[in-house]
Design a protein. Sequence first.
Length: 67
Amino acid sequence: MTWDLPPDVWHVSSYSANNAHCVEVALSADAVGVRDTKDRRGGTLVLAPESWSAFVGRVKDGGCDRV
């Protein structure tokens, strides 16, 4: 699936400031895109909004302590 969005839709996490390990997220009503800031053409992981919400909730709860 190709998911081309305008550059202004992508947001870099504030936790990524001055860090070489940055990700960008793009939110829409139908999907959430995640990509590597250093390799924007390398591909985009596209998730259902419900899956993204579940992931973020688990991270906030401390359930994702390993990469």
